[in-house]
Design a protein around this ligand. Structure first.
Ligand SMILES: [Zn+2]
Ligand SMILES: [Zn+2]
Length: 465
């Protein structure tokens, strides 16, 4: 078995994801994997010869092979998946997100030291060690800070039981994901349960998904090849989920001055032929109460059939934002202010949504050539061609394939079939990543809560290695 990559136990993404800079960006905006400074075209299975891409010499590089290949510079349509293109994600969004924080086993003589958090001191099995910049397969080195004397450690996503090792391997996580774990665990379990995470890895840890019976892990399966595959449209997976440019601004722009009147949302609309509306007899308070018990789709239907619900109170949207988007904790800054909650809900949905649209678009792009070849096959059959004749005709007409596929894609883009530009304008990649991680964390914490209680004897035994 060859090289295999460790992933963040919490969110499933690797620690080694490269970025290919644009021509107008500094060298520091490019990086490769495992301490390599940049991506070269020759690294790719298929060289990128897309118009607009270039390769520039980097003669100062100590490795003559690398400097001979030159650094690949992304044009707008770069096709390399060795790194994310600078045209599709900023260096700022990716910076710091890939560092590996290690949750390491406590040694037998582990004693609290300055800086330990209460939950680390309370934990039986593990503590939060330092951060490594580029873990190499199973080993995380040069950890900063050095806590409890630990400068380097082995890391693994799988349960160690049965792997024939006496060593305790640390759990690798992204720093930002761990900060979110602290938040979710505190909220759902009343404490930061690192022991729970340790026990969960021991009972359900798996590779490459992180856990057996994988979590939803949106988009992870398409990027988790032997090396991380930077598939176009998955940039959000490596966008910093805590440092999100534009989020505070979006939230604050929905606060209104105290004079503004906006208790309800939507117009009453034109008077429709009066028909019996059983809800007309309900007081506004009862209507509001009813809304609180209905699914969003039912509310939409109710609006269509009952004039009493044509307009919806702002409070309805406030409740949606606060209960259905728990990962956007920044909305608490709006406390006590007058807010257009409907506007906020629409804009936050647009900012962290879009994932399903991306999936549909990717599926369509993959399916298009297959559909075309199937159509051609059927056409040739209809014409009665078989054997050699069919192969000959296939080769001849197949020549136009690529052009036809390109034309179809261009036509779809021109027709606005995939509103990439609109999406780009409203999407906050980091927020989308935060939502993805939060949803995974909720499941992880649920699994921790469901772990069988630790028996006293077993507990004592497991501390004597
Ligand atoms: Zn992560
Ligand atoms: Zn390229």
């Amino acid at each position: 078995m060859g090289y295999s990559e460790r992933h963040c136990q919490l969110c499933g993404v690797s620690f080694n994801v490269a970025r290919i800079r644009k021509a107008d960006e500094p060298e520091s905006a490019a990086w490769g994997n495992y301490g390599i400074d940049f991506v070269t075209t020759a690294d790719a299975a298929r060289a990128c010869e897309v118009e607009g891409c270039t390769n520039i010499p980097r003669t100062e590089h100590p490795d003559p092979l690398v400097s001979a290949e030159g650094e690949h510079i992304a044009g707008p349509n770069c096709e390399l998946t060795l790194g994310y293109s600078g045209w599709r994600i900023t260096a700022e969004e990716m910076r710091d997100i890939l560092r590996c924080l290690c949750i390491a086993a406590k040694s037998e003589d582990w004693q609290p030291e300055v800086g330990d958090k209460d939950y680390e001191i309370d934990a039986t099995y593990c503590f939060v060690a330092g951060v490594s910049h580029s873990p190499d397969e199973f080993s995380a080195e040069e950890m900063i800070p050095v806590k409890h004397g630990l400068e380097q450690t082995m890391i693994n996503n799988e349960a160690m039981e049965g792997l024939g090792s006496d060593e305790e391997w640390a759990i690798p996580v992204h720093e930002a994901c761990f900060q979110m774990f602290e938040r979710v665990s505190r909220e759902k379990l009343g404490k930061v349960d690192i022991d729970g995470l340790w026990r969960l890895r021991d009972s359900e840890g798996d590779w490459p998904e992180g856990f057996k019976d994988p979590l939803k892990r949106s988009d992870i399966s398409i990027v988790s090849e032997q090396y991380f595959d930077c598939v176009k449209g998955t940039e959000y997976l490596v966008s910093h989920p805590l440092r999100i440019t534009g989020l505070d601004q979006l939230i604050n722009s929905c606060a209104l001055d105290s004079e503004a009147s906006c208790e309800v949302v939507f117009n009453v609309g034109q008077a429709v032929e009066s028909h019996y509306d059983p809800f007309a007899a309900l007081s506004p308070e009862l209507c509001e109460l009813l809304l609180g018990h209905l699914e969003r789709r039912d509310v939409a239907n109710l609006r269509l059939v009952s004039r009493s619900f044509r307009q919806l109170p702002q409070l309805y949207f406030r409740r949606i934002v606060e209960t259905e988007m728990p990962w956007i904790w920044e909305v608490t800054t709006l406390k006590g202010r007058k807010v257009d909650w409907h506007d906020l809900w629409c804009r936050l949905s647009a900012a962290d949504g879009g994932a399903s649209m991306d999936t549909q678009e990717r599926h369509w792009l993959q399916q298009l050539p297959q559909d075309k070849s199937e159509n051609l096959r059927q056409q040739l059959r209809k014409e009665g061609l078989t054997g050699m004749e069919m192969s000959k005709e296939w080769a001849k007409r197949g020549l136009n394939f690529k052009q036809e596929v390109d034309d179809d894609i261009k036509a779809a883009n021109d027709a606005g079939m995939w509103p990439a530009d609109t999406r780009k304008a409203t999407e906050l990649r980091g927020l989308r990543n935060r939502r993805r991680i939060w949803e995974d964390l909720e499941e992880i914490v649920k699994r921790i809560a469901a772990l069988p209680p630790v028996e006293e004897d077993e507990d004592a035994e497991s501390r004597v290695w």
